[in-house]
Design a binder for this molecule. Sequence first.
Ligand code: NAD
Length: 496
Amino acid sequence: MTTATAHHFIGGKRIDRPGTENVLSNINPATGEVIGQVPLDSITTADAAVEAARAAFASWAATPIGERCQIMFRYKALLEAHFDELAAMIVSEHGKTMAEARGDVRRGIDCVEFACAAPTLMMGRSLPQIAVSSSFCRTEDEGGVGIDSSADRVPLGVCVGITPFNFPIMVPLWMWPMAVACGNTFVLKPSEKVPQCAIREVELAHEAGLPDGVLNVVTGGPAVVDHLITHDDVKAVSFVGSTKVAAHIHSTASAAGKRAQCMGGAKNYMLVMPDANQDAVVEGVIGSAFGNTGQRCLAGSVAIAVGDAAEWLVPRLVEAANALKIAAGDQPGVGMGPLIDEASRERVLRYIGIGEEEGAILALDGRNVDLPRTGCFVGPTIFDNVRPGMQIVEEEIFGPVLSIVREETLDAAIATMNRSRYGNMGVIFTSSGYAARRFRSHAQAGMIGINVGVPAPMAVFPFSGWKDSFIGTLHANGEDAVRFYTEFQITVSRWL
Ligand code: NAD
């Protein structure tokens, strides 16, 4: 592949990088090949992106919502037509397996379909005859002049989205389609690790008819983010990424008077009851722990074996994880691809070392499996006898490392899970309605799976992380998104 040269997308056009900016080389994580470069300090370009969005706002907000949504319908059709191209781009830029990449595109398209419903979702409320004014024009038959009130949802202006590397197509689509369908204009700052996916996604929206300036991409690193989230012309900030950065974005953007929604990191627990369907558990836990090489905010990274479940759970998980073919994402039969970059590989290897030092038992050592010679690969790793308080169970590793904790009872397992500072997802595998219901009522997590390893909500529901997995009030997707990207304007009227 040749080195990509487009670095931003502003005012309807691909823009090349000015020669003076710092750059990061983008690599194909499966091969180590350099496939592009991304500028890191593009502050003046960020200003140009915000200015393009600001200039486009008035006319876009005045465009009838039906017309705005027709563009979304055409965009959805274009995404379907370019499905294979986008999935292949994810495989080469991010390293996902082709099946995972297709899932990324499919779940992104769900968000575009949801945005097509903006006319219904954006409807306001009205209440006629909330009072009667008798001071003017009182008529005998009406008993006075009626006063009506209504609440209209209106767009905010320029919104900014800052996205992580792990779903290069889908996570940006959590944000901008609903934002622009509601009449806002948008500046997207994608992860500097996967910029080309975002640029192509936005380019296709323009092929679908989106007017120039409504949606812009500026690539860059933290300096660009900090500039955007405090920019005078920006009204709202959507962020998805790690909790540390989420906290920084939320406090900085809020202090600058922006509304902010910040999705953060996670450490997700899966409880396995002795009465669970064993095949469903193995399929669900393996998919959750090692899918996307563990680089998902809904990755199940701790399994709690309740009662005697560990007796069959540990050997069956080790056997299934061992059977995964580790290879580049475009290889036939691949079960798990590489990590995003060398720094991530080193982090995961460091955590495996920490787990050993903490006294957990390495039931499967991902350092010792047969791995491709190039690329950022670590094999699936399973620790047994992990105890609460160990670093490997408290911290987000964001790689293919599964910790198994053993607890005697359901309540003890729920209590162990609820110790976590994170609250994105909690899963239970069981055939007992009682256990499932008790888990659901007591689990301190915003997304619950019952015999489902990755309970990712469809776009019609909000992506509902709790605790340190979310900072803000309104989540991404679902009705929350409409509320986040609009504000009420209340009118009280009387006709004399
Ligand atoms: P990250 O926090 O490193 O980066 C996310 C974005 O923030 C990028 O665009 C990056 O350029 C920017 N950024 C990074 N450091 C910054 C700083 N100091 N100041 C300002 N901006 C900064 O996250 P990542 O490694 O790209 O993604 C993985 C993380 O995202 C994991 O923690 C994962 O759990 C989380 N995630 C959460 C959700 C969710 O919905 N809760 C979804 C996907 C990923």
